[in-house]
Design a protein around this ligand. Structure first.
Ligand code: ADP
Ligand code: MG
Length: 220
């Protein structure tokens, strides 16, 4: 019997980011199509530009021979890269998520399931501090908030990081799909009013990719 590892390494967190970049590239057209219906058709391009810049940063750091000294350093670089390379609302929002994630994790090289959960929660709180979204506003928050809650529930029940990541992904998918009937109350989609109902929120779709990448990186 194999016991699932109880700690997450900085290499696994780097793998998370690389997998997110890969999934964003793979789904770029789809994300842009979603945004073309209730926004301005740039969410795929915004996320692809941002995560390509992040991947280039990771490549450069690896080329230097030594990776990031700590989880805080890694995610500070990621967050700053997204804030500065993405023009749309999603750049500052995801950028803040990663900056707060790193600040919560601190100068460590591994995280346990509870520590990773606390970092995800700090990232989520950063998105709220920045964008003021509430549940049901039809934003990325509607996928991320249930995902972070599910992470905590899994860990409280003794779940490993892999278990928690699988639970978080499942909750993100449900939250994403639940954005379809909602009327947008934040971001560009809110300009459409009632006409935003009946369509999936692009940011909830990209956030679900973030949690899929995490589950893939952690074996969940
Ligand atoms: P823009 O709206 O500037 O074109 P994007 O298209 O890249 O930026 O991102 C749009 C997504 O950002 C939306 O689908 C939504 O999920 C998310 N979003 C917009 N405003 C907010 C907000 N205030 N809080 C949380 N998420 C938001
Ligand atoms: Mg847009």
């Amino acid at each position: 019997m194999t016991v699932a590892p109880s700690t997450v390494t900085i290499d696994q967190l780097t793998d998370w980011l690389r997998r997110f970049q890969g999934l964003v590239a793979e789904h770029q057209t789809e994300l842009t199509e979603l945004d073309s219906v209730i926004g301005d058709a740039d969410h795929g391009a915004n996320m692809a530009r941002g995560m390509t810049a992040v991947a280039a940063k990771l490549d450069a750091a690896e080329g230097d021979g030594d990776g990031p000294a700590s989880v805080a350093d890694l995610f500070k670089a990621v967050g700053m890269t997204l804030v500065t390379s993405v023009g749309g609302a999603s750049g500052p929002l995801y950028g803040t998520f990663f900056l707060r994630f790193g600040m919560s994790a601190g100068a460590v090289t591994t995280l346990d399931a509870a520590g990773l959960g606390a970092a995800l929660r700090a990232g989520l709180d950063g998105i709220v501090a920045r964008g003021k979204a509430e549940l049901g506003d039809k934003t990325m928050f509607d996928a991320m908030s249930p995902a972070v809650d599910a992470w905590d529930v899994s860990v409280a029940a003794g779940g490993s990081p892999a278990d928690a990541s699988a639970a978080a992904l499942a909750a993100a998918e449900v939250g994403r799909d639940a954005t379809v009937p909602l009327v947008a109350r934040k971001g560009r989609a809110s300009y459409l009013g009632e006409r935003s109902a009946g369509h999936l929120d692009p940011g909830a779709a990209s956030t679900t990719l973030l949690f899929r990448a995490l589950a893939d990186a952690l074996g969940g």
